[in-house]
Design a protein around this ligand. Sequence first.
Ligand SMILES: *Cc1c(COP(=O)(O)O)cnc(C)c1O
Length: 387
Amino acid sequence: MNIDAALVERLEQRKQQQLYRDRLIVDSPQGREVIIDGQYYLSFCSNDYLGLANHPEVAADLRQAAQDFGVGSGASHLVSGHSRVHCQLEDELAQYTGRERALLFSSGYMANIGVIVALLGRGDTVLQDRLNHASLLDGGLVSRAKLVRYKHNDLSDLNFRLSQVQSGKKLIAVDGVFSMDGDIAPLDQLSSLADSAHAWLMVDDAHGLGVLGANGGGTTEHYGLSQADVPILMGTLGKAFGVSGAFVAGSSALIETLIQYARSYIYTTAMPSVLAAAILRSLKVARSESWRREKLNRLIERFRCGASQLGLSLLPSKTPIQPIVLGDAEKTVQAGKRLKEKGLLVGIIRPPTVPNGSARLRITLSAAHEMSDVDKLLDGLEGLADG
Ligand SMILES: *Cc1c(COP(=O)(O)O)cnc(C)c1O
């Protein structure tokens, strides 16, 4: 069979399983509303939790940085692409997270791969929660360490699996807030367990940073855990911080190791300085404007209260990620379409992003929303519980 015939056959299969993915084309900034095909939609599917993706001061600093530094970074960080602004941002991120140092990556996907590849190799073991993000799983695969998955948030399963590891280094890698379920990992217990099992602990806080903790320090701030408790902290800059990119924070030895050995750090062009300048501003806004987190919590409470009155079953999530699990992929696609016809945009999430039989609407809230937006969403969801 020639290549296209083979590919088309596989694509057709995916369509028949109701798992085919399409992209929307957005003609506006991210915000409470987006424009698609000339229509306004209330958006409940971005990860712009604090409403910073279109913040005027963040955009102004980006424009100014384009004047000062140009656009392209020209080379990788290790050659000549590492600018003064990157350096400032790394210092700010270390301070924000209460870690000794931080290192920028171009994306969270690359940061996760880079860390695991730099720390582990053949003969080592990486233990991961079953619901971890794909990038952590891929990092485990690329590293050639043994990949062991434990039951979601199940400490005794993890403990048992740790006890089975005979030799080599052990790394426990976990999402701080699970991206498709919205629940928070029991990091305090994971930290004690890692300690007693002589395992290293890595947290991917893509959805906790900016959102959890009084200062938006994320899941580690939520639990009051220091660098000694959680030695490897990964955070992303394209979600609550509204821009793009990611970082790893931890000890100086960790950061130096990543600079030497993280291939996804070394062999790629540095993030443009304009983005680093924009992130510096969005970090300031995220930290100082705690009203954004307070408002978000009120929106979450309103949504959960209203949804349970509609008889919808929610997951135990205290975060802006509020999924409604419908199970069947086709049913989920149809429910998403009906909401879109009502001007409401929600995430339609199907396998393999989530386990088979757990397709869901992934609703995300943002400080950019108003209470009345949540009420409109609830109106749109009415009747969903009855099938
Ligand atoms: C989004 C996400 C990533 C990837 O981050 P990007 O910067 O978008 O590549 C990694 N981990 C988790 C848990 C995520 O939700």
